[in-house]
Design a protein around this ligand. Structure first.
Ligand code: BGC
Length: 568
């Protein structure tokens, strides 16, 4: 005989899974609640932390609270109504000391989930627990229902990249832009406001992190790229990309910038997307080359070296973001025309390792490194090699090469990868090369080696990088789009990428007041005669440029014109 349906039966029934990604002292918890009972209108999840050192920090998709070891999560206004059979995803970032065991029991509106026994027996007429028809006591899922798989070796391999619709629209506003506008470019999170989107800013889009991730899901993209770029005292050796945080604002960087980004990226909704984070352009290299009485030293670089803001900030970003199963971190490693000298090569690799193990991070949070971000260094110099000699003189002695050991990005990236592995990084790390603006095609591109009259004539006649000096970096005249983004182009290289969205300015050619903390760097002024870092050369910057990050159509037109491979 069928048991009578009682009030106790027509109540809440739930399956809860709880999984964490842990790192020393911290974790991200993902919780899913499946409503296997009647429809709910308002809910509260409860559980008890087994250890007294476990704390809930910032949470999402619920109002989280903790008292002692008791934790509760109450619905937000928008997710209180839950249909029968529906699943909710919520989570939080937490901290722990000692150990981080999972709670063993969960309640929803006071009812124990996962087929357990109620803590508070139902009142009045309920049958005794032994006779309660438990309907279908589902075996309790002890782990997550959909654990993030182990990270893939190369997140770019075999999948399509996310096309940022905001960049695409800008590209298509310039004649011929539709030839390249479907390429994936990175989304720069260059200030706290960019996390939620900044409708009135001149250099950021209105879309925030969630908007981009949702759009990536809609596109069916396999990977999406973000640039994490907001360190305290950012861009310490230059002015064009100075940021909003002062050198002592590491706590704010963590709580108001990295934590919220991590919270969004950890949303299980995005678990099947490979989320790539490019970590803090130029920062760690600056600590070596632009500090301590070196010719390029600046007071700001000395300050952020002394107070540990960069090392600890990068370590924190790596730990927090790397803990998420489907997130891939690549740290910026500058470019050959900066790190290629042996006085910089090994010391910078050492500093990168220091950052990777700072703030509780480990090298496991590092998928690889990126070189040439937002720079113009040629991928390959086809017409001269660093080992060539002319009249008994080494190419290294030429004014252009200036004793560097590398003349292009590919050879540098592959060699630096080995150096990084020798410092303790995993031997499967991969390199990215930003090829957005290093094409150097067009009519000025040499078609063969230079004359053998002397080493300078040979190098200058044959080099495809037509900059006045390899230290020039702002809105370079004559540059073209480089290789289109693609995975596994060369051994050790995970992908060619377009991290700097082509057509976005590197900095204004004259001072322009703005509310983004962007300064005026004379390296962006075409009339400036240079400094120690560019051998007192002219800057080669295009005139009439807007502030960094703002759309610069004339530059985009030139990049297309000088693209290499050429556009058809
Ligand atoms: C700027 C950022 C901008 C990025 C991409 C950087 O130089 O500082 O504001 O988002 O370039 O264009």
């Amino acid at each position: 005989m069928a048991l009578p349906v009682t009030a106790a039966q027509a109540a809440t029934q739930c399956e809860v899974s709880y999984s964490t990604n842990d790192w020393p002292g911290g974790f991200t918890a993902s919780v899913t609640i499946k409503n296997v009972g009647d429809a709910l209108n308002g809910w509260t999840l409860g559980f008890t932390f087994p250890d007294s050192g476990q704390r809930v920090g910032q949470g999402w998709a619920a109002r989280w609270a903790q008292s002692g070891q008791e934790v509760s999560a109450q619905n937000e206004s928008w997710n209180g109504a839950v249909a029968s059979g529906a699943t909710l995803s919520l989570g939080f970032n937490g901290s722990w000391s000692g150990s981080n065991p999972k709670p063993t029991s969960f309640t929803l509106n006071g009812t124990v989930c996962n087929g357990g026994t109620p803590t508070t027996p139902p009142t009045s007429s309920s049958p005794s627990p032994t006779t309660t028809p438990t309907a279908s006591p589902t075996p309790s899922p002890t782990g997550p229902t959909t654990p993030p798989g182990p990270k893939v070796d190369n997140p770019y391999a075999g999948v399509r990249g996310y096309v940022n619709p905001e960049w695409k629209a800008k590209a298509e506003s310039v004649a011929g832009g539709n030839r390249v506008s479907n390429n994936p470019t990175a989304v720069w999170l260059d200030r706290i406001a960019a996390i939620n989107g900044t409708p009135d800013s001149s250099s950021n889009g209105a879309m925030g992190v969630r908007d981009h991730l949702d759009e990536a899901l809609r596109q069916g993209a396999g990977y999406i790229q973000f640039v994490i770029y907001n360190l305290p005292g950012r861009d310490c050796a230059a002015l064009a990309s100075n940021g909003e945080l002062g050198p002592n604002e590491l706590p704010k960087y963590k709580s108001d910038y990295i934590d919220p980004i991590a919270a969004i990226q950890a949303d299980p909704k995005y678990k099947d997307l490979r989320i790539v984070n490019i970590i803090e352009i130029d920062s760690i290299p600056n600590l070596h080359t632009n500090t301590g009485g070196s010719p390029g030293a600046t007071a700001m670089c000395d300050t952020v070296k002394a107070n540990g803001a960069y090392i600890n900030g990068v370590g924190y970003a790596l730990a927090k973001l790397g803990a998420i199963g489907n997130v891939y971190n690549y740290i910026d490693a500058a470019h050959h025309g900066w790190i290629g000298w042996d006085s910089n090569f090994s010391p910078v690799a050492t500093l990168l390792h220091q950052a990777a193990i700072a703030s509780g991070s480990t090298v496991d949070n590092v998928t690889g490194f990126i070189v040439n971000t937002a720079n113009y260094s040629a991928l390959k110099e086809p017409y001269f090699k660093v080992t060539d000699t002319v009249n008994g003189q080494m190419v290294r002695q030429s004014k252009w090469v200036d004793w560097n050991f590398y003349v292009d990005e590919l050879s540098f990236a592959q060699a630096f990868r080995q150096e990084l592995i020798s410092k303790g990084f995993r031997n499967n790390i991969g390199m990215l090369i930003d090829t957005s603006r290093n094409g150097w095609g067009g009519s000025a591109r040499p078609t063969g080696p230079g004359p053998m009259t002397n080493v300078d004539a040979y190098v200058n006649g044959g080099r495809i990088d037509r900059r006045i000096h390899a230290g020039n970096w702002c809105n370079q005249a004559g540059a073209g789009l480089g290789e289109r983004p693609r995975a596994n182009p060369e051994p050790g290289i995970d992908a060619y990428v377009w991290v700097k969205p082509p057509g976005e300015s590197d900095g204004s050619s004259t001072a322009i007041p703005n509310d983004e903390g962007k300064g005026f760097d004379r390296m962006c002024d075409p009339t400036y005669t240079g400094n120690a870092r560019n051998g007192y050369s002219m800057t080669g910057a295009l005139p009439n440029a807007p502030i960094s990050g703002a759309w610069f159509p004339a530059q985009f037109a030139q990049l297309m014109q000088n693209a290499y491979p050429a556009l058809s």
